[in-house]
Design a protein around this ligand. Sequence first.
Ligand SMILES: [Cu+2]
Length: 461
Amino acid sequence: MTTRREFFRLAGAVAASGAGATLVNRAALAAVPEIVSMDKAETAPPLVPPDGRPYNPVVTLNGWTLPWRMKNGAKEFHLVAEPVVREIAPGMKAHLWGYNGQSPGPTIEVVEGDRVRLYVTNRLPEHTTIHWHGQRLPNGMDGVGGLTQPQIKPGETYVYEFVASRPGTFMYHPHADEMVQMAMGMMGFWVTHPKGRHPLIEAVDRDFCFLLNAYDIDPGSYTPSVNTMTEFNLWTWNSRAFPGIDSLNVRLNDRVRIRIGNLTMTNHPIHLHGHEFSVTGTDGGPVPKSARWPEVTTDIAVGQMRQIEFRADAPGDWTFHCHKSHHTMNPMGHGVPTMIGVDQRGLADRIARLVPDYMSMGSSGMAEMSEMQMPLPENTLPMMMGDGPFGPIEMGGMFSVVKVRADQKPGDYADPGWYAQPPGTRAQAVEAPPAPAMQKPAASGSGDIEVTVRKPAQHRH
Ligand SMILES: [Cu+2]
């Protein structure tokens, strides 16, 4: 893991001050854990707990777990709310707000029964708080600005403390100027592992987690529009869009858990190819075994968390994506009118005389767009991209691949490359008589369409 360690800003104040003040400031300095931050968007390997109760760590897709320090039996973390630069996918960076160098912030991992102390320093230009979404805690630790605590002003550090009493899947996010701060990328994942064996929480070989989030960033710009309610143009997992989302690499017959939280403004039906999974946990805790059923798609509503589990018993490269087709698309190309069936010959030539770079697109569908090397404005992503072993994948947004391999070593999360399909197991072209020509729709010419115009006054109800 490539981390950049920096000391708390008080260090400078300590060095500059006199002896008496130094004593006081050293005490203050020791009271707050040092800041650990991340400058990359790669999937970090699991953080094996160096102390405290043992557990099987999660892997955060294109993210990392925050290290802690043990102090008097408590796990102490230090989150810093601050502006960050996040690479959404190669070719596009966003100026977001996040925690400890990235958006989303680092994953917090603790064990059921742990006393957790979280220092939160605000380096944003406005106040903030952190709400620990889904946790059982004293009311004053719930992080709702104005209701349960004063807002954390710029430059201030607050401390939260509670016992992580319920094992499960959680999130954290601000409860202060929430619309703006979440549209800017402020959120993170939290996993509380069970203490010992739990009747409803099975041991798994691989445990992945990520957040669903969305941004509205105009092509050529870097900062999200924070007032957008529905028309987002970047649908992301952990603030990454395909092909920037890493694959989920597992060993054949591994038991796999994937934890997903939704902090967008709409629901996402998450779909896995080649396997059936069960929802084994929700935001409220583990699902009773009698209430689980097999699925290949599960809808995750706004504010919800879901844990899905399956045995990865089918080798291959299995698509894993949101099933809303607009959520597997990137910004460039939205706003293009439907041209399917429109004969654009002649028209393109005439427009090209006025606009030299003009390119007509989509008369037989949009797939041709991912093949065209369209000149893009600075800092955006084409609508469909990503190359597979057989050509363009024609996807973007909330899309990744679960790679199941017999020779993936236990604990190895490295990308094994493309799957080598056994001979004779791939769909292929066959010799066949030519398909009959397409029928022209009856009213295709503009000259023979009958149009009846009725004035509003003629309507009678
Ligand atoms: Cu979606």
